[in-house]
Design a protein around this ligand. Structure first.
Ligand SMILES: Nc1ncnc2c1ncn2[C@@H]1O[C@H](COP(=O)(O)OP(=O)(O)OP(=O)(O)O)[C@@H](O)[C@H]1O
Length: 269
């Protein structure tokens, strides 16, 4: 029995600049599939196309050529109203800078994706309570984002991203604003969501330590997929393999990672 992939991308390109201007191939003929329950990292140097790839998958931007299906729906054929409904109902996002609404409490922030849909209040209460318990933030339910720590803010953002049970959770440098302790806690939580709840996760990261929590890494260079790496043993070994690939491709990401190696990121847990 074959199951529908969560992401099915065929030959997508994204070209910036008009016919006569200098054209930039931000994405150049990318094809890949992601199966349900995968945890994939996208890595590459600055300017390699990571954000562009995430933007076209998350329906925020259109590819110039090619098709993208998310959970069986071809999003390249959708109109903008359909796309915003699709985004709200089927996708969850965790950003580097949390993107919480300051004038809403933790509870209200998490409830937002369900409040925007036509969902009964009782259902919202029960779903928000469940997810707050899972992410260990029930005690801060009535606090505002300015009153809680960075780690708690990111857990609140993660709760908001999964409360509506999205088909796909997308992360854009989700650990980028966190210290090591909070980064580990978020990554462990994402691992649990992936392994226990089978949430499919795709995250962009420049950080080999964060990437080592994934099951597969796609490396992108000049808009093309140049390498993929599957995790086959411990996280520590996977971390070293990721560093080697980054070194091979002379990525600026590898320069950043060298600092992390000195900080013994790789030996954490
Ligand atoms: N709106 C735009 N107009 C023209 N060129 C763009 C635009 N957005 C991105 N680009 C170009 O497309 C390429 C890929 O950019 P992108 O932001 O996807 O890279 P990235 O890997 O996410 O980089 P970073 O890690 O620095 O965020 C770069 O050459 C960039 O300059």
């Amino acid at each position: 029995m074959t199951t529908t992939p969560v992401i099915d991308i065929k030959q997508i390109s994204k070209i910036y600049g008009g016919k006569n201007a200098n054209q930039v191939y931000a994405l150049n003929n990318i094809t890949f599939t992601m199966q349900e329950g995968e945890f994939i990292g996208i890595m590459g140097a600055s300017g390699s196309g990571k954000t562009t790839l995430l933007n076209v998958i998350s329906t925020l931007d259109n590819p110039t050529n090619g098709t993208i299906s998310i959970a069986g729906t071809d999003i390249t054929r959708m109109k903008s109203r359909e796309l915003s409904d699709f985004r709200a109902q089927r996708l969850g996002f965790i950003f580097q800078d949390f993107n919480l609404l300051d004038n809403l409490t933790v509870y209200e922030n998490i409830a937002l994706p369900l409040s925007l849909q036509d969902v009964p209040a009782d259902f919202i209460r029960s779903k928000v309570s469940q997810v707050m318990e899972k992410l260990n933030i029930t005690v801060i339910a009535e606090q505002y984002p300015s009153m809680i720590s960075g780690g708690q803010r990111q857990r609140t953002a993660a709760a908001r991203a999964i409360v509506h049970k999205p088909a796909l959770l997308l992360g854009d440098e989700p650990t980028g604003s966190l210290d090591l302790k909070n980064a580990v806690s978020l990554l462990e939580m994402m691992k649990r969501l992936n392994e226990e709840d089978r949430i499919s996760i795709l995250m962009v990261t420049h950080d080999a330590f964060s990437a080592s929590y994934c099951k597969r890494i796609l490396f992108i260079q000049d808009g093309q997929l140049v390498k993929e790496l599957y995790r086959s043993s411990s996280r520590e070994i996977f971390y070293k393999q990721i560093l080697n690939v980054l070194g091979d491709y002379g990525s600026t990401a590898a320069e950043g990672i060298a600092i992390e190696t000195n900080n013994s990121y790789g030996s954490e847990r």
